[in-house]
Design a protein around this ligand. Sequence first.
Ligand SMILES: Cc1cc2nc3c(=O)[nH]c(=O)nc-3n(C[C@H](O)[C@H](O)[C@H](O)COP(=O)(O)OP(=O)(O)OC[C@H]3O[C@@H](n4cnc5c(N)ncnc54)[C@H](O)[C@@H]3O)c2cc1C
Length: 430
Amino acid sequence: MSRKTRILILGGGSGGLELAAQLAGRRDIDVTLIDRVTSHLWKPRLHEFAAGTVSSSLAEISFYILGQLRGFRFEQGEVVGIEHAMKAVRLAPMRDERGAVVTPERLLTYDYCVVALGGVTPDFNTTGVAEHAVRLDGQGDAEAFRQRFIRHMIRARSTGVPADIVIIGSGATGTELAAHLRHSERAFFDWSQNAPGDSPKLLNLTILEAAPELMPGAEPALRDKLLERLRALDIKVVTDAKITRIDVQEIRTATGESWPSDITVWAAGLIGNPILARLGAFKLDKKGRILVDTHLRSTTDDAVYVMGDSAACTPEGADAPLPPTAQAASQQAQYLAQALPRVMVNAPVEDFTFRNKGRLVSLAGAGAVGMIGLRRRDDILIHGQFAAAAYDALQRQHQWRVLGPLRGSVAILADLISPTAGPPLKLHGG
Ligand SMILES: Cc1cc2nc3c(=O)[nH]c(=O)nc-3n(C[C@H](O)[C@H](O)[C@H](O)COP(=O)(O)OP(=O)(O)OC[C@H]3O[C@@H](n4cnc5c(N)ncnc54)[C@H](O)[C@@H]3O)c2cc1C
């Protein structure tokens, strides 16, 4: 019997995990998924973990358990390099909390490797970002933010002085986080002393945007609706605010203005994961993402494919690489799940094509707004319950692909009828 084809997937995020789940279980493929952490958190909901407005226990899934359920192998470790000539991926030694080596450096060999290591928020060389601002790039950042947020809310409640949270960047991460924090603030009101609606304010929320308008690149109708909702939530939006310096409790702009800030969140843009520059012999674009062809193959090594936020992918006919979204990562996972088995047997493979299904922004208690693309029609603005349902549907589709049709349906049903369905607040520490 011929040996199974070994496919190594680096990174179990929105794209990598969907691909692993879809390729697993085939008789001709051995799938190994590698991630530095033990559980998958669907990144579009990271701001909800940070704000404590987690809306589904299923948002966090153990790679070990899922590997067992779907039939892939999970290897925990930090990817540090690809040895192209050996067709091997290098994982750093794993150490315990005292620095003792648990596992020495590992080399895992492959026939095909898929890089899905995501991206990070760049600081654009702004003074003080690394030291004094929070960037929501992973689970650890969201958890650290949540702990700080809780401490500031407790202090605001006991002193009567509202905490200042300033978010820099008015993209989806910034606007969604602000709305979810406003929702979480309610949990700290003293309901025993005040009638609903009479509680003193505990939180000042400001979004600073360097561009002349909110959410640059968004459709004007969506932007207007968003601004209306943010104003109703008492979230201040300041545009044309170019940040030059961040200090412990202050933010300075190029025009000499300054803003007090107890917690500063830096949510300005996204570039490729810095490891990509040292990973192997790849060509990168100016945002640090690996250049790929229309089959998502790296332009320098036919055995290495790249997807999601790590890839600079310009589909045929497009004039710029796709922006970093879970939507693109998911469509690329579906494409590679079909394409790789064909590549293995030298069958012809079609180009990857992207279908933009729109843009949705979740504003916690204030609902959701978005533009959705309908086939053969202009995009339409949606809001209210329909938009909220559409936003939830994005995650449901992800769960479905990751868990499979049967377990996916059961899990989604259980989630919907759970007594804690709705947006429960996860505001406990630890
Ligand atoms: C707050 C927020 C809201 C968003 N909302 C939306 C939205 O509404 N709609 C939408 O389409 N997109 C949204 N996005 C964007 C979306 O989350 C990303 O585009 C998507 O997750 C990219 O998927 P990925 O598989 O490329 O990477 P990721 O999902 O980032 O996964 C990367 C994985 O690689 C692992 N990893 C990284 N480095 C290493 C290493 N050296 N070794 C081992 N493992 C490593 C990480 O642990 C992680 O599991 C949002 C993003 C954020 C932060």
